[in-house]
Design a protein around this ligand. Structure first.
Ligand SMILES: [Zn+2]
Length: 146
């Protein structure tokens, strides 16, 4: 009997054929009756589990869960409107207050640098937007139970 027995987890994975480094385990099983018996038992257990019928419910579980979820709030939110108006007012105030400085800032820029700055800004914006949209659809797909 070897003193270096595989772990129970390795024996279980070997028994169901999911252990990739099974050379060592296979060699050990030839010399160790105890581990060989364990693998045989695990194989029998796996066969019994696979032979069992999966439980079938006579009710729609997804429907019962969905009925328990709180209804989505479709209320008009004044706080959201206030936030949007405040943000738009701030964005409109920036060119009014700092317009002269912004024009001066970009007036003396070389055309190539301004072009590279604009193109890279737009590219980053499009990339970020694309990521947000992909994540949104990914999350929505998780909610689709059908
Ligand atoms: Zn062993």
């Amino acid at each position: 009997m070897s003193s270096n027995h595989p772990s129970e987890n390795e024996l279980q994975q070997y028994a169901i054929g999911e252990l990739f480094t099974n050379e060592d385990v296979a060699a050990h099983l030839h010399s160790c009756a105890g581990c060989h018996a364990r693998v045989t038992n695990y194989r029998l257990l796996a066969q019994q589990l696979n032979a069992m019928q999966s439980p079938a419910f006579d009710f729609n579980l997804a429907q019962l869960v969905l009925e328990q979820l709180p209804a989505p709030k479709a209320q008009f939110s004044w706080i959201t409107v206030f936030g949007v108006v405040l943000t738009l007012a701030f964005l409109a105030a920036v060119p009014l207050v700092f317009g002269g400085y912004i024009v001066k800032l970009f007036k003396n820029l070389p055309a190539l640098f301004a072009t590279v700055l604009t193109v890279s800004t737009v590219a980053i914006f499009i990339g970020q937007l694309n990521t947000i949209i992909k994540e949104h659809y990914h999350e929505i797909k998780k909610l689709d139970f059908n």
